[in-house]
Every structure is written in C-alpha cells, then in structure tokens.
Ligand binder design. Structure first.
Ligand code: ATP
Ligand code: MG
Length: 446
C-alpha cells in the first residue's frame, strides 16, 4: 500500500477522552473511531489488525479440529426463556422488539442458540464429540463502557461450544481448549496466564480465565512469579491425546494464579514470599465446563450406546478478539507509539522515502516495494512529500516492526537502512539483503 493512496487519519494531539495508552494510541494511529459509547468503527488500519487476530484464532481453532460456522447477532428471546436466562441476564442484555411484536435480543453469547442447533440435528452418541465455534459481534450493554475496545458494548468474540457424551470427554475438550488458547495468544506475541476463575452468569463447575498482565488491567490478580517463566513455545500436541493435553493443563495451572474473585489468601501465603506477586490483568479469554446445565434445561439429548437418552456434557470457550487489540498494545508500546508483534502487524514493513521526487530514491523505493510484494509481504510505502521527522513519527506511531529508510546518501553507497521498531537498532545493507532479511523473519512467523 502506498500511504498517499491509503486512509490513515492519524491524530497529532492526544485525544482527551482516552484514559489508557492503548485507547489513546488506537485513536491517534487512526485505527478506530467511536460512533457511540462503547461502539466503534474499525478504520482501515484497525480493521487490518482485527482481521489478523481473527485469522490466528481461526487457524488455531481448526488446528485442534473445531468446526467454524456463523450464527446471527440477533436472537429470538424464546430460547432464552427456555434456558431461564432471559430474566436472569439483567440490563446488560439489549432487548429489542420487532414489528410483529416479537421479543428479540442482540446476542451477548450463544449457548442457547447452539444448543438449539445441536438438538435439532444430533441424535446419537456416534456424532460426538463435536465442537463448533464462530467469531461474531456480541452486544452487552455494559454499565461503564470504557478504555476503547477493551470494554466495549459491541465487541467481537470467538465463542465455541463442545458437546460430549461423558464428563470425561468434556473435560478433555476443556483441556484441549486450554492448550489451544496458550498457543493462540503466544502467536500474537502475548503471554496470557490461565487463572482459576468464577463462572458468573454462564454457570458451571470448572473455569479458567486467561489474563495478560498490564497496569491498566481491570482485574486484580495474585500469582506465583514462577508462572511467568512458562511458555508454550512450538510444542506439537496431538489434540486427541488426553494425557498430553492434561499434562499441559497441569503444568500451567500448578502454580498459584487467581483473580480477586477466587483469590484465597491462605493458599497464597504458602507461595514463597519472594515469589508472591499482586498485579493487574486484562481478561482476554475464558473457558468453561458446565456439564449438563443447558442440555438438561433445553432437552439436548442423544441416544447413548445402551440405547438410553442422555443429556450431553457441554462447555463454552470465549476469546475477546477485539479486546485483544487493546491488550496487545498495552503489552507492547513505548512513548512514540505502538510496537506490533510480527504475528499481528497490519503491514510487514514500512518504506520511508527521504527524498520523494528524487528520481533515484523513487526508483529504489518502487523496486523495494515490488520485491517485497513479489515475496508475498505487505509493505506500507510512505511516498508522501514531506520531511523525514514527520515520516518517522508516523511509522513509530503506527508501530510497524520494521522500517526501511531510503535516501540519496545511502543509495550512493548502494545501501538502505533497516530499523527494528522494538530495539531501535539500524543496519545499513544493500536493498536486496534487506528484502531477504524480512522474508526470513516473516517465514518464521506465519
Ligand atoms: P468481563 O469480566 O471482562 O466483563 P466476561 O467474563 O463477562 O468479561 P466472557 O463472557 O468470559 O466475558 O467473554 C469472553 C471474552 O470476551 C472475555 O474473556 C473478554 O476477553 C471478552 N469480552 C467480554 N466482555 C467484553 C467487552 N465488554 N468488551 C470487549 N471484550 C469483552
Ligand atoms: Mg469471562
């Protein structure tokens, strides 16, 4: 993309309404625009990152055999009356009446709808196990929408639902989700720590939240500092291997890590004092096992091996796709702007032409741009007429991990400058080598 042809409405001033850095930077970098409280338009740059985050979630869901689908945003209230949650949910649910006077609602989550789909089409234990998911907009009329996309009213969520014949199988699905989530967040450059949590209105027996540590997080968290040494890395875990999934869960939940809702001071006191940490965290996902709560209430039964009808065991699993953009920025920025991890960056590299209009500099930039594109990379070329200071400031603000700077002085010696946004380190090298280096870096990412 050439910047002169793009739509990147960056702001010079700090927007007064933004209280936290990710919100401020998303507004300043022209990623989002508020349309009303807690509801945002995703401008091109923000939309690009949202898509990348979404794509990682899709890939990691499908890696472990979960099946994508799409349910509507608007739901009929009938199903919710059946499960008993229509009254239980409270004012967070946006209730709507259509022209036929039917009660509708903008879905805050989809347990009821998926259970209805399941019971309409699945009748035998032979069709299990089954895990379906979708990535769809949700609406929750939050009492205090704030911090930009972090606590929106309309937000994008991946929600998935597993159906299993036995509790044991459903717990395996739970463990498999934990494994898959660890990998998902790491691909986005995030460390998200699974913490024992409270099940809230979804209900259930077992639940973990995934928290990214950040000063601006809304949850207070308590943990053993050893937990932050754990990384999932590039382990290959067979999703059907119960023991392997269980071992990962044991490893990542063996040390104390809880939110304020489930914090147990007595248990925490057993952690060696020098390892006790109290901090703040952003919830980026949650997994639940809730047994037969919905299947009993909504009569979602299958015929078991013995011919008897049994209610299926279920779990649900959510990832805050739009909130993740805020969480990534909270975890990765400096005073100049965002620093995108390579896995989610909107463009792979920026090209800055220090002398737009100079035939040689323009030709070198065009050549770089074309060879990056030929390799399947997605560069952003700042081809505006303007000073180096302005161009560097824009690149730093929008946070592309790599910048190639092209100017007449370097070109005389046959070199361009390749700069890492994260470290600020630069090296001079011939243009072909800069291209090669970027190709190598990104080959290791996707
Ligand atoms: P919270 O405690 O932050 O209100 P929740 O526990 O009610 O969230 P879940 O039902 O677990 O949310 O939804 C799954 C994920 O969706 C959450 O882990 C979070 O990342 C995201 N999410 C929930 N509410 C919002 C919101 N208002 N804005 C953006 N993302 C949200
Ligand atoms: Mg939650």
């Amino acid at each position: 993309m050439r910047l002169s042809q793009y739509f990147l409405p960056v702001l010079k001033e700090n927007p007064a309404e933004a209280q936290i850095v990710s919100h401020r930077l998303m507004l300043r970098a022209g990623m989002i625009k508020q349309s009303s409280a807690g509801i945002y338009s995703w401008l091109p740059l923000g939309y690009k990152v949202l898509r990348k985050v979404e794509e990682i979630v899709h890939q990691e869901q499908q890696r472990v055999g979960h099946i994508p689908m799409l349910m509507p945003t608007l739901q009929s209230a009938d199903l919710w009356k059946e499960s008993g949650r229509y009254d239980a949910y409270g004012p967070e649910m946006l209730r709507i009446r259509d022209r036929q006077d039917r009660d509708m609602l903008y879905g805050p989550t989809n347990e009821e709808m998926i259970t209805d789909i399941f019971r309409s089409h699945v009748g035998s234990y032979k069709d299990l196990p089954l895990t379906l998911y979708h990535i769809q907009w949700k609406f929750r009329d939050e009492i205090r929408p704030r911090f930009g996309v972090m606590r929106g009213r309309e937000f994008l969520m991946k929600d998935g639902y597993n159906f299993d014949l036995t509790k044991e199988d459903a717990l395996h699905a739970y463990n498999r989700h934990l494994v898959s989530y660890l990998r998902t967040y790491e691909r986005m450059g995030l460390q998200a720590i699974p913490m024992r949590a409270d099940s809230g209105p979804i209900g259930g027996d077992d639940t973990h939240e995934f928290l990214v540590l950040a000063e601006t997080g809304e949850s207070e968290v308590f943990y053993d500092s050893e937990i932050t040494d754990l990384t999932f890395g590039d382990r290959e875990i067979d999703p059907s291997d119960h023991d392997a999934c269980r071992a990962v869960l044991d490893e990542f939940t063996s040390r104390y890590a809880r939110t304020d809702e489930t914090h147990d001071p007595e248990l925490f006191a057993k952690v060696p004092e020098e390892r006790q940490r109290t901090a703040r965290g952003i919830e980026v996902g949650q997994i639940f096992y809730f047994g037969t709560k919905y299947s009993e209430a909504m009569n979602a039964k299958v015929q078991g091996p013995d011919g008897k009808q049994v209610a299926v065991h279920m779990g649900s699993h959510g990832i805050g796709v739009s909130r993740l953009l805020g969480a990534i920025i909270e975890a990765s920025h400096d005073d100049k702007g965002i620093i995108w991890p390579e896995g989610v960056t909107p463009f792979h590299a920026g090209i800055v032409n220090l002398k737009q209009g100079d035939a040689e500099a323009d030709a070198a930039c065009d050549a770089l741009y074309n060879s990056l594109k030929a390799l399947g990379l997605d560069p952003l070329y700042d081809d505006r007429k303007g000073g180096a200071g302005m161009k560097f400031a824009t690149m730093d603000l929008i946070g592309l991990p790599w910048r190639i700077t092209v100017g007449p002085r370097g070109l005389k010696n046959g070199v361009v400058e390749l700069t890492s946004r994260r470290t600020g380190e630069s090296e001079e090298l011939p243009p072909e080598q800069a291209v090669e280096k970027l190709a190598t870096i990104y080959a290791g990412i996707a």
